[in-house]
Design a protein around this ligand. Sequence first.
Ligand code: AKB
Length: 308
Amino acid sequence: MIKILITGSNGQVGAELIRIIRSSIDAEILCTDITQRTVEGDGISFEYLDVKSRELTEKIFEKFKPDQVYHLASILSASGEKDPYLAYSVNLTGTVNVLNACVKYNVDKVFVPSTIGVFGPDAPKENAPVRHSSIPTTMYGITKAAAEMLFQYYFDKYGLDVRSLRYPGLISYRVPPTAGTTDYAVDMIRHAAKNAPYICYLKEDTPLPMMYMQDAMEATIKYMHADSKNLTIRTAYNVMSYTLTPEMLYDSIKKFKPNFEVRYNPDFRQKIAESWPYSLDISDSKRDWGFSFRYDIDKTVEDMLANL
Ligand code: AKB
């Protein structure tokens, strides 16, 4: 049975990833986080892990000896601007600690999510390419852009099979996200589900790339199963399903909840959102590992409302 270690397992992605791993492979899973365990079940255990500590990280690897690692522990865009040093430490020191441990303990494959946050305001707004020279303006984006270079470095220098997808805003119902800029989308649908009005912190016409979690997780598993020799990108691949503005989301929600109301009161996250592209070029992902998605905006909203 394959042994899989997950860091940051209690976050928005972790909760979903555990489910899809369990439904697709026979695996023993060790979940780790700095907060208490939230997921239980056969073949799943939990240990405290702060990835900022090299010693603790290596101890966990030494004890569990994972075959694969999903390194999800990360500080996202909005909380990263509140504490840039913490974002630096978790996203870069933590990532280097995990990558080093992967080399030291002969891990077969490691997945580390990247983000649309690696792009800065100077990147093309439409179809932002995989290879770019834009300069991100958030600490989150800076650390993730540097981490992408580390993925290439660890692949070239140590032959470590590091894989990464630049996730867009992810819409999901299990664990509410709280630390990003794209989280308004989840928040708005959650308010609609409770028949409560919503005050949106982005302007109504702010376009951002988005994706339903189900599609993101299916894509992640498909990518992790892809033959290494087909992967021509060793920094991170672009993925997304649709461009969404708060107003487009509101229009979709109204089809299911005609009385839903939204007001707009932009805050500091507006500037972050405006520094990111509207859409990404996903052609490399389609060609190299068959990326596809199933959920459009209305299907996402319908499924969210049915599950909330
Ligand atoms: C955020 O908004 O910080 C994240 C992201 C797009 O990476 N959801």
